[in-house]
Design a protein around this ligand. Structure first.
Ligand code: PLP
Length: 407
């Protein structure tokens, strides 16, 4: 056997496994022993809320009627899908034409692609602290230095952002962009206020920076009117947006997009060709019908109704049973982040899974700094019954855990 390490690229040393995959395999191990795990670890919607019956029928039609549904299609995405998406995005997020959209196999790919053409080793990317783990890891793999700006109930603390930028001095010109998830953030569930959104754009102008706006949860905001996207308020072309159908159609279809200015778009498409020759064709044809037949309207309504109820139950129990837990109440999305005083989140999460078969995600790895005593809970995937049972077990274990720790 050769020693492979001498063949590895320098970049390979920056690659880290996602902590999510190790937790998922631990859950599977426990489940194999016949123990039923209650999981708050998911990053998925509830499959019973998704329009599976309708999509199932449509997929048969597609495979039967459209020969090209099983073949390669343009790297940039099917023309008809980009047109349907442009109508959908223009309705919910910002005005965009089909020519401005690049289809990707989920927005995870879109974020990585954009970073690939912007980030050199040693460049700086600024993001919310905490932020979406896959994005954090993607930027780090390119050698980016990450700066985390803390969040509160109004989203990214823009005063802290400005202070950080001022203190960068010479290094300011290594800042490539600010990555933000303004609505129903992952992992904290927080939504950025309108004022902060405006402030953020002003800061981007003042310091001549780009913004990458991730709209993953825009369609799961429970309120009547979603807040305007940064991109819709951007008059200077500073905001590049990425979005996905994952959270409302299904995470398995892999339909995401990037809306980037023309000059960047050409490079991104050329870079994409070799990495993702085309996003899954059958998923694209399904997405066309999902949008064209307006299946998403019912799907979104149902998801919001069901998740709002699940969140209500979870919040009630948390307030009732774990009064020490601090958290910001989400206005939508799929996650809530708990801060548990005097607890090591990674150890607690692990112990809770092993002893009580309740799975959670320690949030430390979502952070650039801090977050040791934070835990992410998903409320979209578990049933109401599972939420009730799981939070009870969580609370009971936490109470005894605290005592034991204090001894
Ligand atoms: C789920 C999620 C995504 C992306 O998902 P894809 O399935 O790759 O489209 C992107 N950003 C955030 C913040 C997410 O939570």
């Amino acid at each position: 056997m050769p020693g492979y390490s001498r063949f590895l690229s320098e970049r390979a040393s920056l690659i880290q496994p996602s902590p999510l995959s190790s937790i998922i395999s631990k859950i599977n191990e426990i489940a194999k022993k016949g123990i039923k795990v209650i999981s708050f670890a998911a990053g998925d919607p509830d499959p019973n809320v998704l329009p599976r019956e309708e999509l199932s029928k449509i997929s048969q039609e597609i495979l039967h009627d459209i020969p090209s549904s099983v073949l390669y299609t343009p790297s940039i995405g099917l023309e008809e899908l980009r047109e349907e998406l442009s109508k959908f995005i223009s309705r919910y997020d910002f005005t965009v034409s089909s020519d401005e959209l690049i289809l990707t196999g989920g927005s995870t790919v879109a974020i990585d692609l954009l970073a690939r053409i912007l980030v050199d080793s040693g460049d700086i990317v600024i993001l919310e602290n905490p932020s979406y783990i896959n994005t954090l890891l993607a930027f780090r793999q390119l050698g980016a230095d990450l700066i985390g700006v803390n969040i509160d109930e109004n989203g990214m603390n823009v005063e802290e952002l400005e202070k950080t930028l001022k203190n960068l001095g010479e290094k300011l010109n290594r800042v490539k962009f600010i990555y933000t998830i303004p609505t129903c953030q992952n992992p904290a569930g927080v939504t950025m206020s309108l004022e902060r959104r405006k402030n953020l754009l002003e800061i981007a102008t003042k310091y001549d920076l780009l913004i990458l706006e991730d709209t993953a949860y825009n369609y799961l905001y429970f309120g009547e009117h979603t807040l305007p996207t940064l991109k819709s308020m951007d008059k200077e072309g500073r905001v590049i947006a990425t979005g996905t159908l994952s959270k409302i159609m299904g995470t398995g279809f892999r339909i995401g997009w990037l809306a980037a200015p023309n000059d960047l778009r050409k490079l991104i498409i050329a870079e994409k060709q070799q990495i993702e020759f085309c996003p899954p064709t059958i998923s694209q044809y399904l997405a066309i019908e999902f949008l064209k037949r307006r299946i998403y309207e019912r799907s979104i309504e149902k998801a919001k109704r069901v998740y709002q109820e699940k969140l209500r139950v979870m919040l009630g129990l948390l307030k009732d049973r774990i009064s020490e837990a601090r958290f910001i109440e989400p206005k939508g999305g799929m996650f809530i982040m708990l801060e548990l005083p005097n607890i090591d989140g990674e150890k607690f999460s692990n112990d809770l899974l092993e002893n009580k078969a309740v799975a959670t995600i320690p949030a430390k790895k979502f952070h650039v700094q801090g977050g040791e005593n934070r835990i992410r809970l998903n409320f979209s995937r578990p049933s109401i019954q599972e939420i009730e049972e799981g939070i009870m077990r969580f609370a009971e274990y936490y109470r005894n855990y605290e005592k034991r720790d204090g001894e």
